[in-house]
Design a protein around this ligand. Structure first.
Ligand code: ADP
Ligand code: UDP
Length: 223
């Protein structure tokens, strides 16, 4: 039985609660939906449950393929137990096809298939609209070390390969997605490990139908 303790954070779509285990958190997926860094908000009934289950499936799949994830288990329809991590204030975006901010920022035509996956980093700061940053910013401000970024880049590309294949198998193109990483939190240990955190769901990925290019993700809400 998982005890739901103090609320420790309430983000735009999820709430985190302490549990009886200081290294584990209860992640509650709410129905709240936001876009444009929280400027557009709405509650979509059942969204929390869908994202929780979607994410659980993906985290299990990645875990089975050797990726270290924070996911432990699903607790209820909209709650999962995760390892508590020290989050890096960096969002990692992978792009396979140009759309969204890549198109508006650089004028790359919408739908251009990229020769190889493009990795981007953003500083996780809603007040600043999560600005695009370079690795040098990450090193300069100590948001992650070179060693950690090497692990993050390799893991992110591996996740892209695994998920692109998984979605292709069901007729869906993985256009782009955002992931976050944290470090294992253990007050008795000097060592820390980089672990995939947060969620992977239609809120954080762009997914297009292979045949019709119909958008199957949060862009439907954004637009
Ligand atoms: P946002 O912060 O973008 O509004 P959410 O509502 O999804 O987003 O909030 C989830 C928060 O939990 C995010 O700040 C995310 O970085 C953080 N988080 C995700 N996984 C973990 C974890 N395993 N341990 C601690 N914090 C986490
Ligand atoms: N993304 C996200 N959270 C963010 C910003 C982006 O999950 O705060 C995801 C988004 O769903 C897309 C990818 O990252 O799959 C790239 O998004 P883009 O930079 O094109 O941003 P947007 O068009 O959302 O501003």
């Amino acid at each position: 039985m998982i005890e739901k303790g103090n609320l420790i954070s309430e983000g735009k779509a999820k709430s985190l609660y302490e549990t009886q285990n200081q290294n584990e958190l209860l992640m509650v997926y709410r129905d709240d939906t936001s876009a444009f860094d929280g400027k557009k908000k709405e509650a979509l009934k059942g969204k929390g449950e869908i994202n929780n289950k979607f994410n659980a499936h993906i985290m299990n799949y990645l875990g089975a393929n050797g990726i270290d994830t924070h996911y432990i288990k699903t607790v209820t329809d909209n709650e999962s137990l995760v390892h508590k991590l020290d989050m890096l204030p960096v969002e990692c975006v992978v792009r396979n096809i140009a759309t969204g901010s890549l198109t508006s920022r650089l004028g790359i035509p919408e739908g251009t298939v990229l020769e190889k996956p493009l990795l981007e980093y953003c500083y996780k700061k809603d007040e600043l609209n999560d600005p695009l940053i370079s690795k040098e910013h990450i090193y300069s401000f100590g948001w992650a070390s070179k060693k950690e970024i090497k692990i993050i880049d390799e893991t992110t590309l591996r996740i892209n390969d695994l998920l692109s294949g998984m979605f292709r198998g069901i007729g869906i193109k993985l256009v782009d997605f955002k992931i976050e990483y944290g470090k294992t939190w253990n007050k008795d240990s000097e060592e820390s490990e980089i672990v995939l955190a947060d969620e992977i769901s239609p809120d954080t990925c762009r997914l297009w139908d292979v045949k019709t290019e119909k958008k199957l993700d949060k862009d439907r809400f954004r637009k």
